[in-house]
Design a protein around this ligand. Structure first.
Ligand SMILES: [Cu+2]
Length: 160
């Protein structure tokens, strides 16, 4: 876990990764070997119990990155999900231990991977900033600030 990243990162980035604390910069956060950016949360009607967060996560390290869990203060339960089409029907299933290869990334977006926010504690407000914390199996912890906004296009409502 205390792998060195000599030559890869500047002193500042190295200090951040060594401390294990996520850093809120210009729209992206990073920890050792991982960077996340473009986080947002789907605006849902006030009666909706669930929503989803989307974020792009990049493996900037030299080991396979594995998502262990996600949490958010706005939801009782948070799970990593995948949306798939089965016989023309959209289904969601929980994805355990989602892996991101070295140099690769997972682009969470409507119709694909997402962080499911289950049993929202309060209705989401447009423009609200929702912290979403993602833990990786190598110990990194990233908290992204995801802004609530309307989904583009006509992707169907998120239902369980
Ligand atoms: Cu879902």
């Amino acid at each position: 876990m205390m792998r060195k990243m000599i030559g890869l990162a500047g002193a500042a980035a190295l200090a951040i990764s060594m401390s294990g604390v996520s850093h809120a910069g210009a729209g992206h956060v990073m920890a050792e070997g991982v960077m996340a950016h473009g986080a947002w949360v789907r605006l849902v009607p006030p009666v909706a119990k669930n929503s989803a967060a989307y974020v792009e996560i990049e493996n900037t390290g030299n080991k396979v990155l594995q998502i262990e869990s996600a949490t958010s203060p706005v939801a009782e339960v948070v799970e990593v999900h995948q949306t798939t089409m089965v016989d023309g029907v959209m289904r969601m299933s929980e994805v355990k231990d989602l892996q991101i290869p070295v140099g690769g990334k997972v682009e969470m977006k409507p119709g694909g991977y997402h962080v499911m926010l289950i049993s929202l504690k309060e209705p989401l407000q447009k423009g609200q900033v929702v912290p979403v914390t993602i833990k990786f199996s190598a110990g990194q912890v990233l908290t992204v600030k995801a802004k609530v906004k309307e989904a583009q296009g006509k992707m169907k409502q998120h239902n369980h």
